[in-house]
Structures are given as structure tokens and as C-alpha cells.
Design a binder for this molecule. Sequence first.
Ligand code: 13P
Length: 322
Amino acid sequence: NPKLQQAIDEIRELKRQKGAVVLSHYYMPAELQVTDADGGIADFVGDSLGLSVAASQTRARAIVFCGVKFMAETAKVLSPAATVLLPSMKAGCSLAVSISGEDVRFLKKKYPGVPVVAYVNTYAETKAEADICCTSRNALAIAKAMPGDQLIFLPDLYMGRNLQTRIKAETGKDLILWQGSCEVHEQFTPNQIMGLQMMYPEAELLVHWEVPDEVIMRTLSRSGGILGSTTDIIKYVGESQAQQFILASECDLGATLRGLYPQKEFVVPCIRCPHMKQIDVYRTLAAMRALDTPAETDFRIELDEEICRKAYLPIRRMLDFA
Ligand code: 13P
């Protein structure tokens, strides 16, 4: 596609001229997951934790974020001096909008002294009220390490229940949960996955933490596989002897897996995140062109300084958590 290639070439040129980097999530369309070294535009491709680390380490003066708004906000909190642009302000998240800073203040009043773990899929004003953040990659370890026998985990109810199942047995800890859910992962059902397990009896199951607990309880024990984060899933496939996998996560993670492991087969009931899919090469080019011009305001992440300062602490604690 010559038009697409032209847009990619222009982004690569503008990145160098303007001193910008592109950070891209694994849920992006395949063409946004190609790294700069391989002729694409991404300086870093990763999961939400990897992208936070990359944002905290970059020296670039500008970041164009191919992901959703809460991720771009996290990048801004970690790199406040950088200009952070999001190619579409419509790239939201059903989890992030499910809870506000006000809601967390209410929870803290209701359960005084109980530590608050906020999933990174929250806006900065929500993070600002938390003790520590987590992503799906470190949630289990962080939840286990928190002091006390109670923990507020927000906002993903299903992920919270999945964590609760694992933690209760080991630590006896009780999780106080919120009612949020991921509009992609909540769509997986036990019948759908069990149907695929019957059609592909040799396949192992790859399932994200945000998938409803009922699905996991009824399906994971029927075949090998893993309940984990995006990166856990990628690593698991690399280490597994199995040749065939059923993916219960965002559709384009299937593209990532096929790219990394072309000799293995992936059965993907394709559910796409409508927010992530707001971002494409052409919108990324528009953001890159707007950088350092008045049009930049259409794409720029702006955060209140006080919120930024308060949200930094729980994110920093997460990154420092070994
Ligand atoms: P991870 O990148 O941490 O796996 O999570 C992605 C995500 O946003 C799921 O909703």
C-alpha cells in the first residue's frame, strides 16, 4: 500500500526532525507495532508496564503515544517536561471512565487505613488518590506484598476476583472491589471458549486477567495455558511446547503473536478494542505534523500540575517495586 508507506516514511522523517519518539502498545494494528529499526515508526512496543518504563526513561522532548488516553497520561506524569501527544482524544477506556478521584476518596472514607491499589487503567486524577499502581503484569505480586488483611483494588471487578482467588489461599487477604470492567475482555464467555476447546483439543488457552472469573474457572483447567498479562502471554507461548493456542484477549495481540511465533497457530475469537482502534498511521501522522504548531492542542495531553505531582508517587512506587 503506497499511501500507507508514504505516511510511515513521513512519520519517520518528522520524528527525527522534531526529536520525538513513538511508543506503541501491543493492541495497536500490526503496522504500528513495527519498530523503527525494522523500518516502522515505533521506538518502543510493549505492554502497559513496559510503556510506562519507556516513558520514564526517554530523554526525548516529545512523545507520540500509540495507545489509549490513560497510557498517554501516565507517560506525561512520568515525563512532565515532554510534550505528549495522543493521535485521537477518543481513545478512551471503559475501565478508566468507571471511576473518579472522588470515588476513591469515598472508598478511603468508608474503609479507613485500607491500602488502595489502582490498576494503571485509570485516569491521573484517580491514580492521584491511590497508594500504589499496578499493571496486569505486576498486580498479583503487588497485591500480595501490600500490608494488612484487606486491600482496595480498583477498578476492574473481574480482574479483582481473579486476583482474589489466587491471593486468598496464599495470604488470606480480602479484596474490596469496584464495579469496572474492560469492554473487550468482559465479552468472552465460558460457552464460547469451551466450544473452541472442543474444536481444538490440543490447543492451550491464553487468557488475560481482565476476563470474567467464571470463564477462567470453567475453562482454564480443561486445557493447559495461562492466566496472565499481555507480556506473560507472549512469554508463555515462547516457552510452551504446544503448537496451537486459543487467545482470550484483544484481537491484535493475535497479530503480535503471529509475528513473533510464525510456526505456531493462534485461534483468535476477534474482539477489538474500539478505543485502541481510534489510533492508526494516518492519525499518528496528523499528530506528528501538528507537533510544535498551534494545531498541537488537538492532540496534547494536559494535566493539572497538582494532579500530576500526586499521581507520580503511586506510579513511581509501582516502578520501584522489584
Ligand atoms: P497490559 O498491557 O498490562 O497487559 O494491559 C493492557 C490493557 O490495557 C488491558 O486492558
